[in-house]
Ligand binder design. Structure first.
Ligand SMILES: Nc1ncnc2c1ncn2[C@@H]1O[C@H](COP(=O)(O)OP(=O)(O)O)[C@@H](O)[C@H]1O
Ligand SMILES: [Mg+2]
Length: 254
């Protein structure tokens, strides 16, 4: 896949709830191996924009392209068919089950006799965790016994195992300490190196500066602009978020 074709492009998306323009003609895109941060205050429209991509909301208008081709996403199943997976803040893990059971939750591997094949699932789980998080060892414990970063890696492994190419992560480091945040950061580097693209919703400027290649800032449903994080300072991003002001002398896509 050439670098010129975005993995996903959302063009002129809009949706209103009652009189509120939650997403007001916003365009964003994402290239293979790239992390794009979606920044903005509460109510800016970040989650709504991303819920249109994940099929949770139907847009009033706008177009979505996946690998350059027009995509029709009306429900989460459609999104999955385009290899779009969402990691929600809650991670949606079954706490009492181990990593392998969570990896295959609802999609269990079975033996030729039709029994759940725990050995095969654990072997697959060890394979993918070895790739994504080589330090992970807690294969026989319920995921409730795992740290926040480890739980995050199980949720990501589940998406990637089932072929995610476009990952949406909602505040992945919000509840994590520095060591755990580092783990998620390494995970993200690994996903990037495999050509997976990530939309990372965050309100933490430092996270975005550290983890993202570009940042798209929203305010009151509108896109303030998209910048390369290497071109801007923390203060530039803050002015975009708070004042809706684009930095001067910096290339801004709007
Ligand atoms: N299902 C909904 N029904 C009514 N209003 C909604 C709904 N979802 C979001 N909104 C409104 O849309 C705006 C954007 O919200 P949201 O996308 O959640 O912002 P963010 O994720 O940036 O905090 C807010 O004004 C919010 O109240
Ligand atoms: Mg939100």
């Amino acid at each position: 896949m050439d670098k010129q074709t975005p993995l996903v492009e959302m063009r002129d998306m809009h949706i209103a709830f009652g009189g509120i323009k939650a997403v007001d003609h916003v365009s964003v895109n994402l290239y293979p191996g790239e992390v794009v941060g979606l920044l903005g205050h509460n109510g800016a429209g970040k989650s709504t924009l991303i819920k249109i991509l994940s099929g949770a909301y139907a847009a009033d208008g706008g177009e979505i392209f996946v690998n350059g081709e027009k995509a029709t996403i009306n429900n989460p199943r459609d999104a999955r068919r385009y290899n779009i997976e969402t990691i929600y803040q809650t991670l949606a893990l079954a706490d009492n089950l181990d990593a392998a059971s969570n990896l295959f939750l609802g999609r269990e591997l079975t033996t030729p006799m039709g029994m759940v094949d725990d050995d095969a699932m654990e072997a697959e789980c060890r394979k993918i965790m070895g790739r994504l998080n080589p330090n992970f060892q807690k294969f026989s414990e319920p995921v409730s016994a795992l740290s926040g970063g480890q739980r995050q890696s199980v949720a990501i492994a589940r998406a990637v195992y089932f072929n995610a190419k476009i990952l949406i992560m909602d505040e992945p480091t919000a509840a994590l300490g520095p060591h755990e945040t580092q783990m998620v950061s390494e995970l993200i580097q690994q996903l990037k190196s495999e050509g997976i693209g990530i939309f990372l919703i965050s309100h933490d400027i430092h996270d975005v500066m550290e983890l993202c290649d570009r940042a798209s800032v929203m305010k009151n449903g509108q896109l303030v602009g998209t910048v390369d994080v290497n071109d801007v300072t923390d203060d530039d991003l803050l002015s975009m978020i708070i004042l809706g002001k684009r930095p001067e002398n910096v290339n801004v896509d709007a």
